[in-house]
Design a binder for this molecule. Structure first.
Ligand SMILES: Cc1ncc(COP(=O)(O)O)c(C=O)c1O
Length: 362
């Protein structure tokens, strides 16, 4: 207590917590967090509006939600194979809390989603992050196979498609990785899978490879980011272990109601994904035609390298009412901006501002 307040665990004292510029975004065109840019299905909004007042005074109930996830996936899974979490962020945290111990290793890639690192650090784990390869940011598969067998790490985290490079990996090599490393929990973060269709889930046999765990969320495609709900899907025993380290009511009743409605309205999500894919083609064409260095692969986001200082352009776009995310300090992509892809109309708005600010003809 030397400094006048109780000292936390050494890992926490040394931790750089995940921080993102999340405030003051509401009136702007939000192309900075890969969210759904138009909102959830009207059926979700209707379900939320119909919540009776006493619902708020009662602890949430989760009966039937795991079954609804399984029905939505259309796969031969039992409800006990689905873990419910307060967003995939909470699932990631729970995975590390349940499985990651001091001195053990997280094997992952770089650059990737920023929350894996603090989760490993708060457990006192070592991190080995293998860089994506070449101009296309290809998945470092051979290197990863090699390090997986050499290190036998406690955890392997693969973001597929990867945020922010969009790098895609087919399901078969992921399943082979999991089969080759039974002592490693192989976590596949499929948050943006709807934009590629590369899920391991249809091929996965969680009995044969119980060390495989898949993360899915209703945040991005279904538009429930503000309500926080995500799922971890895998072997029932693993799902049970990661669920043990969460609180009994970590997911609130509003998220539960919204999730039921969203899972029932897959047509809405499919329609949104189709529109994002159209918008992605449109903006790619513009960037190509204008000779702008860019990288578009999987996911509802792309990278652009502006001619001017990216921090300046980031600020100027904000002035124009458009938020994007500067990738400053990120391995391999420092100097780029990550731009989330919304509707074609929204990408037109982005492109006209971007082209004007960069002195290009739109
Ligand atoms: C790759 C990846 N995983 C997980 C998350 C967190 O998802 P959720 O909103 O469900 O917590 C994000 C959000 O940006 C993400 O990009």
């Amino acid at each position: 207590m030397e400094q006048g307040w109780p000292t936390a665990r050494p890992e926490v004292e040394n931790l750089h917590a995940y921080s993102a510029p999340l405030e003051g975004r509401r009136q702007l065109l939000r192309l900075d967090f890969n969210e759904n840019t138009v909102g959830p299905s009207p059926k979700v909004v209707e379900a939320l509006r119909s919540i009776p007042a006493d619902h708020i005074a009662i602890y949430p109930e989760y009966d039937g939600l795991r079954e609804a996830v399984v029905a939505n996936l259309g796969l031969d899974l039992g409800p006990e194979q689905v873990g419910l979490f307060n967003g995939v962020d909470a699932a990631i945290h729970a995975v590390f809390h349940a499985y990651g111990d001091r001195g053990e290793t997280l094997l992952t890639t770089t650059p990737t989603f920023g929350y894996y690192t603090p989760c490993a650090q708060m457990q006192g784990m070592a991190i080995e992050a293998l860089p994506y390869e070449g101009e296309t940011f290809a998945f470092p598969l051979e290197r990863l196979q090699q390090r997986l067998s050499e290190l036998q790490p406690r955890l392997l985290l693969i973001c597929n498609p990867n945020n922010p490079t969009g790098t895609r990996l087919a399901p078969e090599p992921i399943l082979q990785l999991a089969a080759s490393a039974p002592n490693t929990l192989v976590v596949v973060d499929e948050l943006y899978e709807a934009f590629t269709g590369d899920s391991v889930m249809p091929l996965a046999d969680f009995t044969a490879t119980p060390n495989l765990l898949v993360l899915r969320s209703l945040a991005k495609t279904a538009g429930l980011a503000g309500l926080r709900i995500g799922f971890a899907i895998g072997h029932a025993a693993v799902v049970d272990r990661i669920s043990r380290v969460t609180g009994p009511y970590d997911i609130n009743s509003f998220a539960v109601t919204a999730a039921f409605a969203a899972l029932k309205d897959q047509a809405y999500v499919d329609g949104y994904v189709a529109e994002v894919l159209r918008a992605r083609s449109w903006i790619s064409e513009q960037l190509k035609a204008a000779g702008v260095r860019h990288h578009v692969a999987g996911g509802n986001y792309l990278l652009v390298w502006p001619n001017q200082d990216p921090a300046h352009l980031d600020a100027a776009l904000r002035e124009a009412g458009i938020l994007v995310r500067a990738m400053s300090g990120k391995a391999l992509i420092d100097g780029s901006l990550r731009v989330s892809i919304g509707t074609t109309g929204q990408m037109q708005q982005f492109w006209s501002a971007y082209a004007r600010l960069e002195g290009l003809s739109a």
